[in-house]
Design a protein around this ligand. Structure first.
Ligand code: M6P
Ligand code: ZN
Length: 195
């Protein structure tokens, strides 16, 4: 174990902006547009139309890695815009962790929606989200966040960079349920990809 501090072993703080749902300084921003999630929405005609109309941003992720010589506890803030593709609400891609023993904490700070979680063994959970809800995602559960409101939904994530992302199962099979608007309400429907 090193006992001498190197340059990256010193404390770092960043400032969260509750209005914008962003923080600074940050290391990196990633934008995800409709085209990045094209296979994940049910209505492919609506996907094509949205891409033609300018391929809008569905969500952004702001990162800070906080890597030190011994640790990699990362901070990710995700800001999901309000909107739908067809009748399906905007959402994150969703992923399993590549390292199967890795959990994550999600903290909803703005907006309304659901955290969908699904284990490979078939169990499914949906947590209703409003500002203040903090959810623990245990290892081995895929996780996706859906914005059902009229405002951006913002959540803070804390996880180890070593967890990694496994998107393949979600790309192939989606989650068990989709969240769609029906008569002005957000409702869960079965994902027909599952057959
Ligand atoms: C959170 C963290 C990130 C993740 C991001 C968006 O900030 O879980 O690791 O990348 O949400 O989710 P996704 O990778 O599924 O698009
Ligand atoms: Zn994760």
């Amino acid at each position: 174990m090193p006992t001498i501090l190197t340059e990256k072993d010193y404390p770092v703080s960043v400032l969260f902006d509750f209005e914008k749902g962003d923080f600074s300084p940050k290391e990196k921003t990633v934008e995800r547009h409709v085209s990045d999630l094209s296979m994940m929405f049910d209505d492919q005609d609506a996907v094509d139309a949205a891409i033609e109309q300018g391929d809008p941003i569905i969500y952004e992720i702001f990162y800070h890695g906080f890597e030190t010589s011994l640790s990699d506890m990362a901070l990710g803030v995700t800001r999901i815009q309000p909107g739908k593709i067809g009748n399906e609400f905007y959402m994150t891609k969703g992923h399993f962790h590549a390292a199967e023993d890795q959990p994550e904490i999600y903290f909803c700070v703005k907006g309304n929606g659901y955290l969908l979680m699904e284990a490979k063994s078939g169990e499914f959970r949906a947590e209703e989200w409003k500002p203040g809800v903090i959810s623990h995602i245990p290892p081995m559960w895929a996780h996706r966040v859906v914005n059902i409101g009229d405002e951006p939904l913002v959540f803070v994530a804390s996880y180890h960079l070593a967890a990694g992302h496994d998107y393949e199962p979600v790309i192939e099979k989606g989650f068990q349920k989709r969240v769609v608007e029906k008569n002005g309400e957000a409702v869960f429907i079965e994902n027909e990809q599952r057959g």
